[in-house]
Design a protein around this ligand. Structure first.
Ligand code: CP
Length: 312
């Protein structure tokens, strides 16, 4: 089986069959990653550039590790320290890199739509969105889905709440698209100032401004980072007030009296959107999400390189 697309720009563009194929292929690669030799020769004919115009820890390392586990040749590019500071455009930068015979581009950029722009101008190069502005972060949603399936057995009918800064979160949008396509029920919860006004009608999600109510409703809570760097106005009174009203504390979680899976895409603002004894607690699968990211990104790279999956 093969994907219906040459690029991974967003979950919005994927068919449910594409998502299933990526998740099934990721399960096969997760098995590879348990072996003493965690490497396969699948992409030894492929060169990939990781083009990061915005900071990253998890996504950048995870893609690089996935590429190395697949035996691809990799080049890492950070905008800082490059000729971007001399005024070189995104397209010129990428065209120069591609002239050195690069096959695929993994790109993170602070501008929403930057990977779509590249895909339009470079239709024959596989472009993978590693997070674009406040638009999408598709591989994060895929690894979140993989982690939910691993922990709970499936996505169909699961109740998943995304809590916090929905307004500025590309993780929220990609998760909503993916979970709805795969038959899960989705709620967003947080302060009214951080939830887009017409999200219920636009995306078919439930909305709650009460985190306790949202936790009582859900099977899985994906807690999102407050993205201060993307907020150009004051949207809540203080981080302390935010923590008291919308943060996930041990006391709040224990008061719910049901088993909930706790997730966070990272990086965590400890003591703001989530307290340490929850982030590190028994309900948390935060580090399993990071571990699963490598297998999921291996699956994405492998399938976009045109390799056929054994998964049916
Ligand atoms: N989850 C995530 O995208 O983390 P990084 O910004 O560290 O890549």
């Amino acid at each position: 089986m093969q994907l219906s697309t040459k690029h991974l720009l967003g979950i919005k563009e994927l068919e449910p069959a594409d998502i299933s194929l990526i998740l099934q292929t990721a399960a096969q690669f997760k098995e590879v990653l348990q072996r003493p030799i965690k490497k396969v020769p699948s992409l030894r004919d492929i060169t990939i550039v990781n083009l990061f115009y915005e900071n990253s820890t998890r996504t950048r390392i995870s893609f690089e590790l996935a590429e190395k586990r697949l035996s691809a040749d990799t080049i890492n590019f950070s905008a800082s320290g490059s000729s971007v500071s001399k005024g070189e455009t995104l397209l010129d930068t990428v065209n120069n890199i591609l002239s050195m015979k690069v096959d695929m581009v993994v790109m993170r950029h602070s501008a929403s739509g930057a990977p779509h722009f590249l895909a339009k101008h470079l239709p024959n190069t596989g472009i993978i969105n590693a997070g674009d502005g406040i638009n999408e972060h598709p591989t994060q949603a895929l690894l979140d889905a993989f982690s939910i399936m691993e922990k709970t057995g499936g996505l169909e009918g699961k109740k998943v709440v995304l809590i916090g800064d929905i307004m500025h979160s590309r993780v929220a949008l990609s998760n909503i698209y993916l979970l709805k396509k795969m038959g899960a029920e989705v709620m967003v919860a947080g302060p009214p100032t951080l939830i887009p006004k017409h999200i219920r009608e636009a995306l078919g999600v439930e909305v709650s401004y009460n985190v306790g109510e949202a936790l009582r409703w859900c099977d899985v809570a994906n807690v999102l980072r407050i993205q201060l760097e993307r907020q150009n106005q004051v949207l809540f009174s203080s981080l302390r007030e935010y923590n008291l009203a919308f943060g996930i504390s041990r006391r709040l979680l224990d008061s719910i009296k049901k088993d909930i899976v706790i997730m966070h895409p990272g990086p965590i603002n400890r003591g703001v959107e989530i307290d340490s004894d929850v982030a590190d607690g028994r309900e948390s699968i935060i580090l399993q999400q990071v571990e699963n990211g490598v297998a999921v990104r291996m699956a994405v790279l492998y399938l976009l390189a045109g390799k056929k999956s054994e998964a049916s």
